[in-house]
Design a protein around this ligand. Structure first.
Ligand SMILES: Cc1cc2nc3c(=O)[nH]c(=O)nc-3n(C[C@H](O)[C@H](O)[C@H](O)COP(=O)(O)OP(=O)(O)OC[C@H]3O[C@@H](n4cnc5c(N)ncnc54)[C@H](O)[C@@H]3O)c2cc1C
Length: 297
């Protein structure tokens, strides 16, 4: 057993040579040398000491639902906080560890008669991932219900207030500090009727099922919406519905989704993205920006 493998195994579960295609919803990506699932906050702290001391590249990932990983090997450590899945309710607050599924939490909140997470009940993501992205839907975003974020940075744990997180449209301070790790989040919810919450969640789910290609691997919306026009209208306008490069294909159900229609390569996906950007710019003089994050290029 290699020295690193032996060392990492002290802090949690370790896997070696794991394809990122197995850890992302797009099902694209080369092998990662190590995937570590720290057992708890002490394990994470010990792991980070080793990683930082030795200058090993690392990346925390949640459900990998916003990532386009290259097909190259990642010679580093992927940290997964799947073991950080505890949560508790305290009056109207919900405190959840970063590895919790936001879909599962939205159902728990509903059962407790707490409203605020309905919009997130169809986002296939973790608490860490939605906070990093300030994910949102139906004119709501997660920053509106975040009271505080518990993070690990520079070798210590601390709480940040909502305003410290500098949330904006699909953005947060965490995007400019990829070395920080989101460990837990405190949400402030509102008391409401269970049936009302359930109805809203059901209608949201129906809307998603009608409008999104949920039966195919994707990373959700590929492009951020420009200020005055939704990205899908621009993509529709250049006639790209169903356009395909290799197995990367603009969904014919939702044109801001690019799906993996088989064994898409990362390069195919990116080539299609770049074509769309260029065509949209030529026709509408608007430059689209990716919402999906490129990793390990
Ligand atoms: C079918 C589908 C529907 C979607 N619908 C929506 C939607 O309605 N609204 C929306 O906003 N998005 C949507 N998305 C996109 C995606 O789910 C979000 O961007 C989500 O926030 C990503 O969460 P994740 O846990 O999968 O994070 P990942 O994709 O694993 O990671 C995203 C980024 O967050 C960072 N990160 C993750 N966890 C941590 C942590 N604990 N600490 C520090 N950094 C961390 C990663 O390093 C990475 O940079 C959708 C995606 C799919 C596939």
């Amino acid at each position: 057993m290699s020295e690193l493998l032996e060392l990492f195994s002290e802090f949690g579960t370790v896997e070696t040579d794991v394809p990122l295609s197995k850890m992302t919803t797009l099902r694209i990506g080369g092998c990662a040398s190590y995937v570590v699932y720290p057992e708890n906050t002490l394990g994470l702290d010990a792991l980070m000491h080793v990683i930082l001391e030795r200058g090993i590249p690392y990346k925390v990932i949640g459900k990998g639902s916003n990532l386009l990983c290259s097909d190259r090997r990642f010679d580093g450590v992927i940290i997964r906080l799947d073991r950080f899945d505890d949560f508790f309710f305290m009056n109207d607050a919900l405190v959840a560890q970063a590895g919790c599924s936001i879909i599962a939490l939205s159902y728990q909140a509903m059962k407790n008669g707490l409203s605020g997470l309905e919009f997130a009940s169809g986002i296939p993501a973790t608490v860490g991932g939605v906070t990093f992205m300030n994910a949102g839907a139906y004119r709501s975003s997660v920053s509106e219900i975040i009271d505080g974020v518990f993070i690990y940075r520079d070798g210590r744990y601390e709480w940040l207030d909502n305003k410290d997180c500098r949330f904006g449209y699909r953005s947060s301070i965490f995007q400019s500090h990829p070395d920080w790790i989101i460990v837990a989040v405190r949400f402030l919810l509102k008391k409401s009727e269970v049936n009302e919450i359930r109805e809203l969640m059901d209608s949201r789910r129906e809307r998603r099922m009608k409008s999104q290609p949920l039966n195919m691997p994707s990373a959700g919306s590929v492009f951020r919406n420009p200020d005055d026009i939704p990205a899908w209208k621009l993509i529709e306008g250049i006639g790209y519905r169903g356009r395909r490069i290799g197995d990367a294909m603009v969904s014919d159900k939702h044109v801001n989704f690019i799906v993996n229609a088989g064994n898409a390569r990362a390069e195919d996906f990116l080539e299609l993205v770049n074509e769309i950007k260029d065509q949209v710019e030529e026709k509408y003089h608007v430059r689209l920006h990716m919402e999906v994050e490129r990793f390990n290029w």
